[in-house]
Design a protein around this ligand. Structure first.
Ligand SMILES: [Zn+2]
Length: 322
């Protein structure tokens, strides 16, 4: 049997998803399970079970020639070791080695968002582009850079785009610094701004939509409030658009990529509002307009939740040079 399939795995804080991906980048089978909240042992055992299940229940699984896995944290791509993963108890684990000895297949590991960008390059909005930057604002803000078709991770921890500083002495970030992109456009930052304004007596439809519970405001609710032209949410999201626009211009001036891909929960829900504003902001970039350098493409992520599975498959495909 010709071995030309890849297993892509996306380890998330709430669920682990796996997919068998063919050589054309199509997911032909998938499985998922909730991420256990206990010890590393439990997470690994859940991961093993999931892989076993997808291998056992698909007659094509014999064609799998390698496993790629995306981890939300800092991963040393050279040896597949997880350095830090804040939301899952696997920091310090050599995940590639562990899976390789368990399943007797070659394994490659990487940061989940980096792999998401790689997935977009293979099958999504980055198709045909050589140099790509991805920014993914969800609860936090992930990022990834691809230069000359390869993930830019010469040193684990590079491409932490969410922590580039956008505003001097700006709001405090989860990392301890001030004014990071994440501290303005991450969902937790948007929630913080809404709560602060409500405390000051500002009126917003979000209070009604969220049932007065403003501790966690889903992106879907932000979308609803934007559609209803809620002044508070509209004002906050205008600032989000501007901060993302500034980030895009900064990245353009550093890397001048072919395309910047924007994805993540906040973009998926509120892209209709954010994207035109970000594009307009970037188009007004005086520095590049003067130089008449080709236009940078700003695109929305196409693959959504599948990006990491497809990117993980692509990583092991690249490693095996298939
Ligand atoms: Zn930060």
């Amino acid at each position: 049997m010709k071995k030309n399939l890849f297993l892509g795995i996306d380890v998330g804080g709430t669920k682990i998803a796996a997919g068998i991906v063919d050589a054309n980048g199509k997911i032909i089978a998938r499985e998922k399970c909730p991420t256990p909240s206990g010890h590393a042992k439990e997470v690994l055992s859940c991961l093993f079970k999931l892989i076993k299940k997808i291998l056992r229940e698909n007659n094509k699984a014999r064609g799998i020639c390698g496993i790629g896995i995306g981890i939300p944290g800092i991963v040393d791509g050279q040896n597949g070791k997880i350095l830090i993963t804040p939301n899952i108890p696997l920091s310090g684990y050599s995940i590639a080695k562990i899976l390789k000895s368990r399943f007797n297949l070659p394994v490659a590991a990487g940061n989940d968002v980096n792999l998401g960008v790689l997935g977009e390059k293979w099958m999504g909005s980055g198709k045909g582009a050589k140099n790509i930057v991805g920014i993914f604002p969800g609860t936090g803000v992930g990022g990834g850079i691809i230069i000359n078709e390869k993930i830019y991770d010469w040193q684990a921890g590079a491409a932490e785009l969410g922590h580039m500083i956008i505003e001097i002495d700006g709001p405090k970030c989860s990392c301890g610094n001030k004014g990071c992109l994440e501290a303005i456009v991450g969902r937790w930052a948007i929630e913080r701004d809404i709560r602060k304004a409500v405390k000051k007596g500002k009126k917003t439809i979000i209070e009604k939509l969220a049932g007065k519970k403003l501790s966690m405001i889903k992106s879907k609710l932000l979308k609803k409030a934007l559609k209803k032209k809620d002044p508070l949410v509209t004002g906050i999201m205008k600032r989000v658009a501007k901060a993302l626009g500034v980030a895009c211009i900064n990245l353009r001036h550093i890397l001048n990529p072919d395309v910047i891909i924007l994805g993540g929960g906040v973009m998926e829900a509120c892209g209709f509002f954010l994207l035109p504003k970000i594009k307009k902001f970037v188009e007004a970039d005086k520095f590049f307009n003067k130089a008449k350098i080709r236009r940078l493409k700003i695109a929305e992520s196409k693959l959504g939740d599948d990006a990491i599975i497809i990117g993980a498959a692509c990583l092991i495909k690249q490693k095996l040079k298939k």
